[in-house]
Design a protein around this ligand. Structure first.
Ligand code: DGP
Length: 114
């Protein structure tokens, strides 16, 4: 586990534009942003997908969401709103198999997503 591009970012083996870090969570800007603000919140523990998370990860999943919300608030996105996304496996559009929460903000989102 941990052998993904995000594992390499967490271990500082490749660079990323890191915007937040604590003991359990790292957040960095998406390489291919889909909104004016597009940040990925990843657990330092390598969990491949949301489907692979267990009850033991409940606290960690909560921390990821709360870190995204706090960052959105700090960037002034909360009042207008923003979107959080977790893609899971092929039909979900997941391409990096290290669980991550996308935070997208700074523009009006459409629904349903494509
Ligand atoms: P997903 O499709 O949900 O697995 O999202 C993966 C995201 O990761 C995608 O929006 C592009 C981003 N990404 C892929 N490789 C890198 C990288 O090396 N650095 C950064 N910062 N983002 C990456």
């Amino acid at each position: 586990m941990g052998d993904t591009i995000f594992g390499k970012i967490i271990r500082r083996e490749i660079p990323a534009d890191i915007v937040y870090e604590d003991d359990d969570v790292l957040a960095f800007r998406d390489l291919n942003p889909q909104a004016p603000v597009h940040v990925l919140f990843v657990p330092k523990k390598a969990i491949a997908t949301l489907d692979a998370a267990t009850a033991a990860d409940a606290g960690l999943l909560g921390k990821l969401l709360l870190a995204a919300a706090a960052y959105a608030r700090s960037e002034g996105l909360a009042e207008m709103g923003y979107r959080t996304v977790i893609n899971c496996n092929e039909h979900g559009g997941q391409t990096v198999f290290h669980l991550h929460v996308h935070l997208l903000g700074g523009r009006h989102m459409q629904w349903p997503p494509g």
